[in-house]
Structures are given as C-alpha cells and as structure tokens.
Write a protein that binds this ligand. Structure first.
Ligand SMILES: Cc1cc2nc3c(=O)[nH]c(=O)nc-3n(C[C@H](O)[C@H](O)[C@H](O)COP(=O)(O)OP(=O)(O)OC[C@H]3O[C@@H](n4cnc5c(N)ncnc54)[C@H](O)[C@@H]3O)c2cc1C
Length: 462
C-alpha cells in the first residue's frame, strides 16, 4: 500500500528527480509531516515522513504537475486590472521603468538601484503593512542567510542585497499565521508562485499577504557557491562571517561587481574581495552550482508577483556602478506608490518600453525559453519532468545551442559533485579546475565568434 502511494505521489517525483527548489512551502503547510534539511551539496530538500495524506500539500509545490501554473495564477490576479497588458516573456504588466532611490547611501548599500528596499520601507513607514518577509543574515552557525520577518527600518536595512544562496520558508509561514497584521512577501519567482498556490487554498493566509515583490531571476545557487567564491579569496568556510555577492566597485560598470567576504583571522575581522570576472567559470551562463529545478522553470519576471524588480542590464544604464533597478508593475497600488515616490523626490524613474525590459533579460529568457525547449527535447521519454507551459515549444534553438545546453547541464551537475569531492579529499581549487576545465573552454570557444563580432561592432561603433 505504502509503495503504491509513493508511486502516485507527485511530490515524491519532484524530490526523487531533483526538481525540488527547496522553497519549504510544503513543510510550512504540514510541519509534522515534512521537515527541510540542507543536503551534502548545499541545497534544501524536504524529508517526508509519510507520503500518504499529502495530496493537499502537493498542490502548493511550484514544480508538481498540476494545472495551476503561472498563467492561471497571474490570470486570476491581474487579468481584470485596469490598463493591464501582457507578453509571453514578462506575463502581465502595467508599466515598465528603470530607476533608483535618490538616497545615495541607500542606493550604494543595495544590489541594483535599491528599489526593493525603498518600496518595503515606504509600505512600512506609511502604515500600509506591519511586517516584511524577506531574506537577511542568519544567526545559525554555518548558515549565512535565511527568511525572516522584520518590522523595523533598521532590521530591513540588514536584509538588502541579493543572496545567491538557498533559503526556505518552512518556519516563517507558520509565524505569519500566528501574528496579527498585514504582510509584504519578497521572493524569487518560484517562491511567489508557491505562496500563491498556498494562499489559493488558505483564505486566512491570503488575507494577511497584502503585497508581494518578486525578483527577476536567472537561477538559484547552492550554499556551496558562497564557499567556492570565498576559496577564490583564499578564505576557508570555517572563518567566514559574512558574504556579499554584489559588492559595488566604484568606477566599474555595474555588471563588473565583486564578491566580498568578511572573515576572522587571529581574532581580527578581515575582508577580501574578487571581481566576479576573475572567478574561474563564474559566468552565470556556465550554470555552476545551479539548482537543477531552475532548468525546468520558465518564469524569469516573477509573473505572479504584484511588482517585479531586477537589474537594468541595458546599455544606457549598466555603466554606472551605483546600479539601476528594472521595474515591472502589475498593480495599481504599486503604481500609486511609485508616483508618490517621484512626487516626494524619493526615487527617480525613467519609463522604458516593454521591449527594452525584455531585452535587459535576453540572456535569462534565452536560457529559460529557447534553452528549456532544447532541454525538453533532450529529455528521455521515460524520465519524469515537470510539465511546462505550452509556449515553451514555440522558442527555437539551433543545433549548436543544443550542445550549449548539454554542456551547461553537465557543468551544473558536475560542479556540485566535484566541489563536494574537493572538500572531502581536502584538495584545493586546482582539483576543481582540472576536473571541469573542458566545459567552460568549449562554451567559451562556441561563443567566441559572437563575442568578437560584438567587440568589433563596439570598436567601429556600428
Ligand atoms: C538568486 C537570484 C537571481 C537573480 N537573477 C537575476 C537576473 O537574472 N536578472 C536580474 O535582472 N536580476 C536578478 N536578480 C535580482 C537582482 O539581483 C536584484 O535583487 C534586483 O536588482 C533588486 O535590487 P534592489 O537594489 O532593488 O534590491 P535591494 O534593495 O538590495 O533588496 C534586495 C531584496 O531582495 C531580497 N532577497 C535577496 N536575496 C533573496 C533570495 N535569495 N530570495 C528571496 N529574496 C531575496 C532581500 O531580502 C531584499 O529585500 C536575482 C536575484 C537573486 C536573489
């Protein structure tokens, strides 16, 4: 009996085939049945006591095969909104902007233009919410970041910056239930989708979530990614106090940011940093330390969030090291807040077209749409994979791009395995590079003609 239930369980298929993103929404729904743990590769996994009686829980997982996908959720939420428009790439939207907070100190302390933190502050200061659910430093030994609930500007300030680090919500959702009040939830696309699936089934939780801010997302990394980067700075994991994945470097283009690590040596707090372009194989296109689930996600723009914020990777904005945020708004409440921010001289916003917003995420969209289609075609028929939205198959790819996808899949898997054996056998980064060098090299060679063409066009201003 137990075996047959196990076979039917969609959640089990997600977990066993490594499509779990580790969001912890299932464990939040039933903490007695499911607990989250960090596995040896540094990614969260649910440990399920008994697969019987969890059919309700399965309905909230962002990667199980059910009909409630991003289109269904976003349709229910935004279709009737005044002046709403839609593209396949972004989902629904009212307006798109590039901007930043006019408080220079706040901007410099944030990831891009600091608009997520500004919006959260605005909501709190103007009594539109009581609590913010966001990601900040963890006090737990060996863990750098975690989801938390904050209700002060000081606590919110500690939660700035993107964490390319796994986090989960199994303990914060039960706290939201316990507390009286109005909440803002900040999260990656799959987390917001899971939250929406949860609140569809749970009206009392739904009532408490007054606003959601989604991050644009390329993909999420395992916890070992932070260690890998720290190794490049000559810092071992034991001594790490804090990591900053997006350290702004004065004078550099925004994209040319650094990784910074604070660590203890001889009882003294020290810091090291390395420009990301000098980290071996670090290009996001190489997919090192990426969660496998991210290969089967097609939502770049957090399509189920009330407002989405990312980096404005556009020619006119990306030279300024201080950073610019890209904004895609789906709610009239946020429209009013943005207008108030401009009139109070707190933020600056330039209106951009939806095509420019799409262009700013062209690499991510290519990987999540054209790449996804290639990966779906590569999938063996007898292997289970999450069903994707219909449009995935409309995105073309060349034979070469299929090879690129194959190499990226291998790098994603092998980087996690090789780093684990590097840690176990006590060998340094040399071991990692020696085992994996061939993959980034071929990817670099495949992309070389395109890069050369771009360089020449820049030189001759074509
Ligand atoms: C894993 C990941 C991948 C991303 N990929 C892209 C991408 O491909 N393209 C792009 O344009 N932008 C991407 N972003 C978003 C981008 O890095 C910035 O978050 C965005 O530009 C907002 O900057 P800001 O200055 O307004 O944010 P800040 O004011 O610095 O605030 C950041 C907020 O994000 C929250 N946060 C940070 N890390 C996480 C996390 N792991 N999960 C949930 N919430 C978190 C913090 O709690 C904080 O509230 C990604 C972010 C993450 C975490």
């Amino acid at each position: 009996m137990k075996g047959s239930l196990k076979k039917q369980s969609e959640l089990l298929k997600v977990i066993e085939n490594d499509y779990c993103v580790g969001c912890g929404m299932c464990a939040a729904k039933d903490p007695n049945q499911i607990k989250m743990y960090l596995n040896e590769y540094g990614q969260y996994k649910p440990k399920v006591k008994n697969f019987s009686g969890i059919s309700e829980i399965e309905k909230i997982c962002p990667f199980t095969n059910d009909k409630v996908d991003e289109d269904v959720i976003a349709g229910e939420l935004f279709r009737e909104t005044e002046n709403i428009k839609h593209t396949d790439e972004t989902g629904f939207y009212i307006d798109t902007f590039v901007g930043y907070t006019l408080d220079e100190e706040e901007r410099l302390a944030a990831t891009s233009g600091g608009l997520i933190s500004w919006l959260a502050q605005y909501l709190l200061k103007n009594d539109l919410i009581d609590y913010i659910v966001c990601v900040g430093p963890s006090s737990e030994e060996g863990k750098h970041f975690e989801y938390q609930i904050v209700n002060s500007i000081e606590a919110l300030a500690k939660c700035k910056k993107s964490k390319y680090y796994p986090v989960e919500v199994s303990s914060v959702i039960p706290k939201i239930r316990e507390l009286e009040g109005r909440f803002l939830f900040i999260g990656l696309p799959c987390f917001i989708k899971a939250l929406r699936k949860f609140t569809r089934l749970d009206p009392s939780l739904n009532e408490k979530i007054h606003y959601t801010i989604g991050l644009i997302c390329g993909h999420l990394k395992t916890a070992k990614y932070a260690r890998y980067l720290a190794h490049h700075c000559g810092v071992s994991n034991e001594s790490i106090v804090n990591v900053d994945f997006r350290h702004k470097v004065k004078g550099n283009a925004a994209i040319n940011y650094a990784f910074k690590v604070d660590y203890m040596k001889n009882n003294t707090l020290k810091s090291e940093q390395i420009l990301m372009k000098n980290v071996w194989g670090s290009s996001w296109g190489n997919n090192l330390f990426m969660l496998k689930a991210c290969e089967y996600c097609d939502d770049v723009f957090s399509e189920t969030a009330d407002i989405t914020i990312g980096d404005a990777w556009l020619k006119d904005y990306s030279l300024d090291y201080r950073g610019h945020s890209l904004v895609l708004n789906r709610s009239n409440s946020f429209k009013e807040i943005l207008e108030a921010g401009i009139s109070r001289n707190e933020i600056h916003l330039d209106k951009i077209t939806i095509d420019e917003a799409i262009e700013s995420q062209s690499a991510g969209l290519r990987q999540r749409r054209n790449g996804l289609n290639a990966r779906l075609q590569m999938h063996e028929n007898n292997q289970w994979a999450p069903k994707k939205r219909k449009f995935a198959t409309q995105y073309n790819y060349s034979f070469i791009y299929k090879i690129v996808q194959f190499l990226r899949i291998e790098l994603c898997k092998k980087s996690k395995e090789t780093f684990l054996s590097q840690e176990l056998n006590g060998k340094g980064l040399g071991y990692f590079k020696q085992k994996l060098w061939v993959y980034p090299f071929i990817l670099w060679a495949i992309n070389f003609p395109k890069r050369l063409k771009r360089k020449l066009m820049n030189i001759f201003k074509l």
